[in-house]
Design a protein around this ligand. Structure first.
Ligand code: FES
Length: 102
């Protein structure tokens, strides 16, 4: 199962996990968790290194913003969305799943 211990978020608000060969960036925003594909849809940049505000992450390379809930590319230069994963707290762990409805 793809899980991250909630304790990993004690001193940071972002973690990474590999799910079926895709690196997923998991962000803690207030008490909620959002998981998106780590690789920016514009070029090769780690969204986990981006700045997070208003439930959006800003790509550290060219500054495109992505909605953490939907994966939608909100600003240029990115035009394609990033894949969103489902998160679910289970005891002291966070379970991250591929969103099969997408
Ligand atoms: S690599 Fe993310 S906006 Fe260009």
């Amino acid at each position: 199962m793809n899980t991250i211990k909630l304790s990993e978020f004690e001193n940071t608000s972002v973690a990474k996990i590999d799910i079926n060969g895709t690196t997923v960036a998991v962000f803690k925003v207030d008490e909620d968790y959002y998981a998106i594909q780590n690789m920016c849809s514009h070029s090769e940049a780690d969204l986990a290194d981006g700045e997070v505000y208003d439930c959006k992450v800003e790509c550290p390379l060219h500054g495109a913003e992505f909605d953490l809930k939907t994966g939608e590319a909100l600003t240029l230069p990115a035009t394609k969305p990033v894949t969103v994963f489902t998160t679910e707290v289970d005891g002291d762990s966070l379970v991250i799943k591929e969103n099969l409805d997408a």
